[in-house]
Design a protein around this ligand. Structure first.
Ligand SMILES: Cc1cc2nc3c(=O)[nH]c(=O)nc-3n(C[C@H](O)[C@H](O)[C@H](O)COP(=O)(O)OP(=O)(O)OC[C@H]3O[C@@H](n4cnc5c(N)ncnc54)[C@H](O)[C@@H]3O)c2cc1C
Length: 400
């Protein structure tokens, strides 16, 4: 039997960051996951708060050469509906930032994390799937597929949507799906992107171009599942022409790179995010469509909260209610992001005129009211930041 303070189950992005951050916080950690992850051609836009966390972990210098800054984000209404929203543009300089965040290939993120995990003395990497998890007041017992048993004071379920840890802890989920798939690809273009990300809102869902270093961008293109099948069956030349047309040639000629993928879109939220000696992070706790670059940023906030709760050396041994504390702390953020993304996605799909009016009106308000736009931008970068800045501004006004 091997004995650890914390066992992290799952070696995707969420699990790898969690294991590394907690080991850096002084805990003795086991990271348990099967060996090879499938090739992931997606990219992830990490916002300013997530980037600062990566800096604190000493990982950012290794990642930054492969990352592109997001300095301007614009939303263009690409629907042909009666009520079309005006183009809304958000500039990071307006909220005092060089960039809202950075777009990074998932492959680079995962390789950097895997090598950092391998070099970290406080982490033992155990290869294999966890088959059974047994909870008691004093500890958690994990059994791997090869029969190895591990005892730990605390377990973190980072084992994705079909989490074994979540199921063993008796935590239920709410799941719902959308009649949509996300086609994900990278493409080269002949004109510079100038660090601008453009999101076209279309009746089937968003079509979002996000800059990569050089004259390259990534694309998340949300369409009906049958349209995704059709797009993936096209030759790269045909697909490139489709992308260029949808982009209204804003970036010149497009050349799609090999390896486009399609992901069916669905949402999931656990009924609770921790209890007793267990916490859930990443897609084991929450998953939703790729709108507004929320998923991994939310997962990193899970990990930041866990680091603050579990890394404190004065709080050894880990208390038996650490999972309940984590649940209380993360509830509001996870629920508001999950339902916010759901609402935005449904408003795009809806043909109901009042819903279209609300969406168009909302974007119109954002375009014409700079204080509100700044508040939304700050909230997008770090929850709470916008409201803190807003309260500060009010205080200054009152002092004057
Ligand atoms: C098209 C698309 C675009 C996206 N774009 C963005 C974006 O721009 N910004 C953003 O923030 N997020 C984005 N996301 C979301 C982001 O990619 C996910 O939040 C993130 O990849 C999820 O990582 P995870 O580690 O939670 O889960 P996973 O990647 O699913 O990892 C789960 C891990 O658990 C392991 N595992 C499973 N079962 C067991 C078991 N029994 N025992 C041991 N190990 C097990 C698996 O092998 C794997 O290693 C996007 C998602 C999609 C679909």
């Amino acid at each position: 039997m091997q004995d650890y303070e914390i066992a992290v189950v799952g070696g995707g992005l969420a699990g790898s960051v969690a294991a590394f951050a907690l080991a850096r916080g002084g805990r003795k950690v086991a990271l348990i996951a099967p060996d090879a992850a499938p090739v992931d051609e997606r990219t992830t836009a990490l916002m300013d708060q997530s980037i600062r966390f990566m800096e604190r972990l000493g990982l950012w210098d290794r990642i930054s050469p492969s990352a592109a800054p997001l300095s301007v984000m614009q939303i263009i209404d690409g629907t042909d509906r009666l009520l079309r929203a005006p183009t809304a543009q958000f500039k990071s300089v307006d909220v005092g930032l060089q960039a809202f965040g950075y777009n990074i290939p998932n492959r680079v993120l995962l390789e950097t994390l895997q090598s950092a995990v391998a070099d970290e003395a406080n982490i033992t990497r155990l290869t294999g799937a966890v088959e059974a998890v047994a909870f008691s007041d004093e500890q958690v017992l994990l059994t791997l597929a090869d029969g190895t048993t591990v005892s730990t004071a605390f377990v973190i379920g980072a084992d994705g949507r079909n989490s074994k840890v979540r199921e063993s802890a008796g935590v239920n989920t709410r799941r719902w799906s959308y009649p949509q798939s996300a086609v994900v690809l990278n493409f080269g273009h002949t004109l510079p992107h100038d660090n601008v990300s453009t999101e076209f809102h279309t009746p089937s869902g968003p079509f979002t171009q996000v800059p990569l270093p050089g004259r390259r961008s990534s694309l998340v293109w949300v369409v009906k599942p049958e349209e995704a099948t059709h797009l993936l069956a096209l030759s790269l030349d045909e697909l490139s022409r489709e992308v260029e047309t949808r982009m209204q040639s804003m970036l010149g000629k497009a050349s799609v790179e090999p390896g486009p993928q399609a992901w069916p879109l669905s949402s999931l939220m656990a009924d609770r995010f921790g209890k007793g000696r267990m916490a859930l992070v990443g897609e084991a706790a929450h998953a939703f469509p790729p709108i507004g670059a929320q998923g991994l940023n939310l997962s990193l906030r899970d990990v930041i909260a866990l680091s603050e709760l579990l890394s404190t050396v004065s709080d050894r041994p880990i208390p038996s209610d650490a999972g309940d504390r984590f649940n209380r702390r993360r509830r509001a953020d996870i629920m508001s992001r999950t339902f916010g993304v759901d609402l935005l996605n449904r408003s795009l799909l809806s043909d109901f005129l009042p819903v279209q009016m609300l969406r168009a009106g909302g974007l119109h308000l954002l375009s014409s009211a700079p204080p509100l736009r700044n508040l939304v931008m700050r909230e997008g970068v770090e929850p709470g930041r916008g409201f803190r800045a807003f309260v500060e501004t009010l205080r200054e006004e009152i002092r004057r």
